[in-house]
Design a protein around this ligand. Structure first.
Ligand code: ADP
Length: 909
């Protein structure tokens, strides 16, 4: 602040208020926006701060009409407020733009008060400026002191004079405590102290420094300080103080300071806001640009500078034309700006010209602020690069098309495969169920429905546990959980015990994936394997049984494959081979287990069976014993055939006949011996009886001769003795004859022919005719067959039996019946009598040689007859026995083989 006149005046009197200076202070402050209006609404004077924004230099400002300062309607509003302030004496507020200098974006918030006793003068102060304004020349107008006092009391700002040394306020235009909204009585009168007490801690140090400098201030200089002070509501208020030297001491240092303090809280808030706003705009990826009415650039944010490659040190070098291709600029001018003027904004798509000359498609917002004349006052563009968006749109629509196509194809495919799978599942003999993640049944085929005895409605959407029997649910649930947890298929067997027979199912659980690979369900396929299971069980049982049988028979059993490797064997065979277990045998050959001699031996018969397909039964072969000896075996080998009849191996069985063989050999030897000794015996008996006949016949002949010739010459005793000799010789002859007969039956070969047994009986009866006659016996002969036999012997047989039937008679005349009955392969003959009968205890004995039941005195005989009968019957391959009761007659039976061809009765001649 250049000092001249002001400097000299304020030094005139220490105690007088520096009115000129105060006036200067009021209107000279570049920070202070103030204007003084007279009763005719003319601006008498305006502050330097306001002049900065106007085209009116301060000295010429007097008498400027409101219309020259504000847009027309605002000028009227301003006039209304001025009047109101004068009439009511209350402060008035009004917002206006600012016309002078076409500062299009200036807005003021005025606060006006009428100046008391000043004939309608009103002081208007404003909050606006954000910029430091360079100082201009001092005011030429000086105001009267009274008026100045009035003005000073009108201003909302503090005007003060303080003594630096005494730290005391000498003058203050109004109470600062009131200004800051403190209740009355808070201010102790010391201005310094008050501010120091209520200063923001961060501002203490700058305040101290500021005060120190004040003492050395040059004349005309202004020291400013912005600081925060606590207001009555507890908020920090920003205050701007401007101090200038007022009085100096003898040493030339400033002792008193004149200052003005202004509440700039709103300005600071606006500045903060603007800073923040600027930061936001600078950092946005959208292009933000502002233009003046002449479409020269005023501001371009970072995104704009970057995209367009413009350097905005001097933004006004560029205008709208630089921003886009011709068509886009034309669009903005012809369409966007008029529309924005009408409704405030326009949006659409346009293009910007990038630094490399390419067109960048943008979505554009145009804001046009109209002036009072509805012309553009200033213009803002906000543009967003939509290349990426366009590309994405294209991508999106392409991928949407692709997706639609795929969805269609997939749906089609699914529809087809679904139908296919469904019909497959329906046709499957297996039980097919699909279980969803929540455990509910999603699908079940007919087999499943039948198995659980439910309808489709009862099945679908129900939980497994509600449908399946408990024993299935348990294992099934575990399996299903496992599939969901691991994604692995599960295979297991479900056994359901049922009263009507157990059932088994081979069950497989397979995960069902969606397209993303997530498991959405489990496919359950269960196959009824009950039958197989039962067959397996049967097979197992019969195998076990077979093995048991095999292991417990003395017979050794083994079986081999085509290459004569052992497939199996029973325990006795293993024992023979000296092997502990089947494992030691299976897969090996005889060559690996036995000496070459035996291996070759056995292999030969194996080969023969395998090659011929014919069994070899009951052949004998040697076997090396473990102790080094040799056993004899009776072996059989037979081919093993599969279901198709193909030979797949050979089965061998054998038994150890070492002992049998030894016994057989022994027996044969003994038999031979026996035959030999029997023959010798028969020979001996025959020779003996034959050779005995000759001397006996001599004894008998000479005894008879003696009897005849010397009858009457011997005494009675002599005759009696001779009678004994003749009788004994006769019996002996008979005995010898009988013995001869008996031995002949054994030694003579059988002369076998078809024999008509009636003939044999007839010849026997002929031989017996004397006895029959004597006894008056009656003989009845029934139908008798022709058989194969020795006729002489058969005749002898009948003769002995009929003879006995007559001999052992009772008192009455004997009746003998001879009959024959067919019994299968045999004829059973019977000779029945009505004689004395035989006690049961003798039924066997009577067929032995020399066994008789009676004395010679009762019944003659040698006891050989029945023995001969037995021998004859046995030699003919039959049997002989007796049935009888003592005193009730006897019945002798014997059997003889029937003729082979005689199936009917033809043999009965
Ligand atoms: P023998 O007739 O010479 O005594 P046999 O061998 O013919 O010898 O008979 C043995 C015995 O069997 C006879 O002594 C007799 O006691 C008894 N016997 C045989 N045939 C008859 C019969 N038909 N009735 C009763 N006893 C008989």
């Amino acid at each position: 602040m250049p000092k001249g006149r002001a400097g000299s005046s304020n030094r005139a009197d220490d105690n007088r208020l520096p009115w000129d200076l105060l006036g200067e202070l009021l209107f000279d402050s570049p920070a202070h926006l103030a204007a003084l209006f007279n009763a005719a609404d003319r601006m008498l004077r305006h502050s330097r701060g306001l002049a900065e924004w106007s085209v009116f230099p301060q000295p010429d400002a007097s008498g400027i009409a409101l219309e020259a300062l504000f847009p027309a309607e605002q000028a009227a509003e301003f006039a209304l407020r001025l009047d109101e302030a004068r009439k009511t004496g209350h402060p008035q507020r009004v917002k206006t733009g600012w016309l002078p200098g076409l500062r299009a974006n200036l807005h003021f918030e005025w606060s006006m008060r009428s100046v008391p006793g000043a004939n309608g003068w009103v002081l208007a102060t404003a909050e606006r400026t954000l910029q430091e304004v360079p100082p201009v020349g001092p005011s030429a107008i000086s105001l009267s002191q009274d008026l100045l006092i009035q003005v000073m009391q009108t201003t909302p700002n503090l005007l003060y004079v303080v003594d630096l040394a005494e730290r005391r306020t000498l003058f203050i235009n109004r109470n600062p405590v009131e200004m800051l909204g403190y209740p009355p009585g808070k201010y102790d009168g010391d201005f310094f102290a008050f501010f120091e007490r209520n200063l923001h801690p961060d501002d203490q140090r700058p305040a101290l420094e500021h005060r120190r400098k004040l003492a050395d201030m040059a004349d005309g200089s202004v020291h400013e300080l912005e600081f925060r002070v606590l207001d009555g509501a507890g908020n920090w208020r920003w205050v701007l103080s401007r101090d200038t030297p007022f009085k100096r001491g003898p040493d030339g240092r400033v002792t008193q300071v004149l200052g003005i303090a202004q509440d700039i809280s709103q300005r600071r808030a606006a500045e903060d806001f603007q800073v923040r706003l600027t930061e936001i705009i600078e950092s946005t990826p959208d292009v933000v640009a502002t233009f003046r009415a002449d479409l020269k650039l005023t501001y371009l944010n970072w995104a704009g500078r970057d995209l367009l490659g413009l350097h905005t040190d001097h933004p006004a070098r560029y205008d709208l034309q630089h921003f886009g291709p011709a068509w886009a600029i034309e669009l903005i001018q012809r369409e966007a700006i008029p529309a924005a003027l009408r409704i405030g904004f326009w949006t659409g798509e346009a293009a910007l010209l990038a630094a490399d000359g390419s067109e960048v498609p943008v979505s554009l917002v145009v804001l046009a602020h109209p002036s009072s004349s509805a012309e553009v006052e200033y213009l803002s563009l906000v543009a967003r690069d939509i290349r990426e968006m366009r590309r994405m749109q294209r991508e999106l629509s392409r991928s949407r098309d692709e997706l639609e196509r795929r969805v269609y194809e997939r749906t089609e495919e699914l529809r087809r495969s679904e139908a296919l799978y469904r019909s497959l599942a329906e046709a499957a003999p297996d039980l097919v169920v699909v279980i969803a993640r929540d455990g509910n049944v999603e699908y079940a085929n007919q087999v499943a429905l039948r198995a659980f005895g439910v309808s489709l409605d009862q099945m679908i959407g129900r939980n497994m546990s509600q449908i399946f029997p408990p024993e299935i649910t348990a294992s099934q649930q575990a399996g299903v959980d496992e599939v969901f947890a691991t994604g692995q298929s599960q295979l297991f067997e479900i056994h359901s015990p049922r009263p009507d027979g157990d059932s088994w199912h081979d069950t497989i659980l397979v995960p069902i994936h969606d397209e993303d690979g997530a498991i959405t369900g489990v496919l359950v396929v269960a196959r009824d394997v009950t039958q197989r299971k039962m067959m397996e069980d049967e097979l197992h049982k019969s195998r076990q049984l077979l093995q048991l049988v095999l292991d417990n028979i003395p017979q050794r059993v083994f079986w081999k494959d085509l290459s004569r490797k052992f497939l199996g064997a029973n325990q006795p065979f293993l024992t023979d081979m000296g092997l502990a277990s089947l494992q030691d045998l299976v897969g090996r050959t005889d060559a690996e287990l036995l000496s070459k001699e035996f291996a070759d031996w056995y292999d030969a018969s194996d080969r023969q069976v395998l090659e011929s397909g014919q069994p070899i039964l009951g052949f004998e072969e040697p076997q090396a014993r473990l102790d080094g000896g040799t056993n004899w075996l009776r072996s059989s080998k037979m081919p093993l055939r599969d279901l198709e009849g193909r030979i797949f191996g050979v089965l061998g069985t054998y038994e150890d006949i070492t002992e049998i063989r030894a016994a057989r050999d022994q027996l044969a030897e003994k038999n031979l011996e026996l035959v030999r000794s029997n023959a010798e015996l028969a020979q001996f008996a025959y020779i003996a009886s034959h050779d005995l006949q000759e001397p006996l016949r001599m004894v008998s002949s000479y005894a008879q001769l003696l009897q005849r010739r010397y009858q009457g010459t011997l005494d009675e005793r002599g005759e009696k003795y001779l009678g004994y000799i003749v009788d004994g010789a006769g019996r002996m002859g008979q005995l010898i004859l009988d013995l001869l007969t008996y031995s002949r039956v054994g030694t003579r070969g059988l002369n076998l022919h078809p024999v008509d047994t009636r003939q044999a009986v007839a010849r026997a009866l002929f031989n017996l005719q004397v006895a029959i006659k004597e006894a008056g016996a009656q003989v009845r002969v029934g139908e008798l067959p022709t058989i194969h036999g020795d006729e002489t012997q058969l005749m002898q047989l009948f003769q002995n039996l009929i003879g006995n039937a007559i001999k052992f008679r009772r008192a009455e005349a004997p009746l003998v019946e001879i009959s024959a009955q067919r019994d299968g392969e045999l004829w059973r003959f019977a000779v029945r009598d009505n004689g004395i009968g035989i006690d049961e205890q003798y039924f066997d004995r009577i067929f032995e040689v020399f066994s008789r039941l009676h004395g010679r005195e009762d019944y003659a005989g040698t006891g050989i007859g029945l023995a001969v009968c037995k021998k004859i019957v046995v030699r003919h391959g039959g049997k002989i026995w007796v049935e009888s009761k003592q005193g009730e007659g006897s019945m002798f039976f014997f059997t003889l083989p029937a003729l082979a061809e005689a199936a009917n009765g033809d043999e009965r001649a």
